[in-house]
Design a protein around this ligand. Structure first.
Ligand SMILES: [Zn+2]
Length: 144
């Protein structure tokens, strides 16, 4: 565990480009050069066809809420002033088999629904007592 936990380690090679893209306000997911499917978690070989080359590719940021959990208990002190928070799994529009672990924001708890349309918003993650911040793709209800 690194010193600035729970901030993500943006230098860790398998996800370095994911965080670099988020800092630019874009959502990027690796896509297999051979079969064209998106692959998440970002590791080779491609889980669909076994090919070895993936290319980081921009996606729309649109998706649907697959599942979520409302966190009301601070299991580490850094979360105490963020409660309640909603962790979610978001299935991407381009490839619903790709489900990102994220926070759901800007959504009253009683509006959370399975399959609700969501869109990526890019916000800095900050935690009390932790230096620095990391811009992350979080998901909010999509308009319309
Ligand atoms: Zn493939």
């Amino acid at each position: 565990m690194h010193a600035d936990f729970p901030l993500p380690d943006v230098q860790w090679e398998p996800t370095r480009q994911f965080w670099a893209a988020a800092a630019r306000g874009t959502l990027m997911i690796p896509r297999c050069d051979a079969c064209g499917r998106y692959v998440w978690y970002p590791e080779t070989p491609c889980r669909h066809c076994g090919a070895e080359r993936l290319t980081w590719t921009e996606v729309s940021g649109r998706g649907r809420l697959f599942s979520w959990s409302v966190v009301r208990h601070a299991w580490i002190p850094q979360f105490a002033d963020r409660l309640p928070l909603v962790t979610g799994l978001v299935a991407l529009e381009e490839e619903p088999a790709v489900r990102l672990v994220t926070y759901i924001v800007d959504c009253p708890l009683d509006r959370l629904r399975c399959d609700m349309p969501v869109r990526a918003v890019f916000r800095p993650l900050r935690y009390t007592g932790v230096a620095g911040e990391v811009v992350a793709p979080l998901f909010a209800p999509a308009e319309g």
